[in-house]
Design a protein around this ligand. Structure first.
Ligand SMILES: *Cc1c(COP(=O)(O)O)cnc(C)c1O
Length: 364
């Protein structure tokens, strides 16, 4: 069986270094907000070409803390892509803002900037873009609209560490960018972890306070903050893996280009190519009208796939008050997508086998 993802396999090369770093932290007696975190924050900010990085407990909190720092009034409208993981939208609801869904471009499946402006009202305060599947959203028109209407731009780059848009790293483009280091992400910890990057000094300071009870110095709280800190062990582990992120992303790009060139199946829609070599291919998403049959065919051949995601946010029970929304492009995407295995330790022969299995589907 070729698993969709095997974290044991992914982390195996790092284990000796991780064991050493974990012992170092254990024996240091300092587990929260210490030098391991400082080092990682500095290095990840540099990697993203941003001025500041603030570690958080997870990616969801990173988005929440950015929104919280902006202090938009209750009832503000936040523009969000309709096709994304629910974590991009939950923080909007938590903070009593209103998510306003925008349909994706049917080809890239990412937020369609041409459909933003019609959703803007006097209550609009921000646009959340999501670099879904490892591809940067089309940012230039988004920034232009945001500028014109005085909106903040927040990017959810939980799936896109290292992705580039017009020679800029994601993490350096929006007013603030949220990352997740959930174990399955392109840069994954061995537990929960996340971060915010920004080049806005005041915003960075405020988020640094907010993640630690709003404390500007010990027992002096200027804000009603939360507890959302990236612990020392996870920071040390991330520092070990960060130097290999580009190499891992290169391997992902190689596998993606093989899938793009060699998969030939009628009715199967491949993701758009990556001419500028900017995507980091967190997921390789294909679409097929008979998804269930194709998944079963691959499973039978020993290829495990996944579906990101089967049910759009506006059709989730958690958002039942939005069930009246009609978002046909989003709904069609959710009905057709299949994620193929794509990760840095997938071998060439496994890739060849997966391609053969897909290409044989027509003949069965
Ligand atoms: C993983 C993910 C998140 C949330 O990250 P956590 O660390 O699990 O909280 C947010 N947005 C997207 C698009 C994600 O893929």
């Amino acid at each position: 069986m070729i698993p969709f993802l095997d974290l044991n396999q992914i982390n195996a090369p790092y284990l000796p270094a991780i064991e050493e770093a974990t012992l170092r932290v254990l024996r240091s007696g300092w587990y929260i907000l210490g030098n391991e975190l400082k080092t990682f924050e500095k290095d990840f900010a540099a990697y993203c070409e941003a001025e500041y990085c603030i570690g958080t407990a997870n990616g969801l909190d990173a988005i929440t803390l950015i929104l919280k720092a902006f202090e938009f009034p209750v009832g503000s409208e936040i523009i969000v892509p309709a096709n994304t993981y629910i974590a991009s939208v939950l923080p909007v609801s938590y903070l009593h803002h209103i998510p306003v869904f925008v349909e994706p471009d049917p080809v890239t499946m990412l937020l369609d900037p041409a459909k933003i402006e019609e959703k803007i009202t006097p209550l609009s305060k921000a646009i959340i873009t999501v670099d879904l599947y490892g591809r940067s959203c089309e940012m230039e028109p988004v920034l232009e609209i945001a500028n014109r209407y005085n909106l903040k731009v927040i990017t959810d780059a939980a799936q896109a560490h290292g992705a580039i848009y017009q020679n800029k790293k994601t993490g350096s483009i929006a007013d603030a960018t949220a990352f997740s280091f959930y174990p399955t992400k392109n840069l994954g910890a061995l537990g929960d972890a996340g971060a915010v990057t920004t080049s806005d000094r005041n915003l960075a300071e405020k988020i640094t306070y907010l993640r630690n009870y709003g404390s500007v110095e010990k027992y002096k709280n200027d804000y009603q903050g939360v507890n959302s800190r990236l612990d020392e062990i996870q920071a040390a582990i991330l520092s070990i893996k960060l130097p290999f992120l580009d190499k891992d992303n290169e391997r992902r790009k190689h596998i993606a280009s093989r899938y793009l060139n060699e998969i030939k199946l009628q009715e199967l829609i491949l993701p758009p190519g990556d001419k500028r070599n900017e995507d980091v291919w967190h997921l390789f998403i294909v679409r097929h009208p008979q998804r269930t049959v194709l998944i079963a065919h691959l499973e039978k051949a020993g290829v495990q796939t996944n579906v990101h995601y089967p049910l759009p946010i506006h059709q989730q029970r958690a958002y039942s008050h939005l069930s009246h929304l009609q978002l046909p492009i989003t709904e069609l995407i959710h009905n057709q997508v299949i994620s193929l295995p794509l990760h840095p330790v997938l071998t060439d022969s496994e890739v060849t086998y997966i391609i053969q299995c897909i290409n044989r589907f027509d003949t069965i």
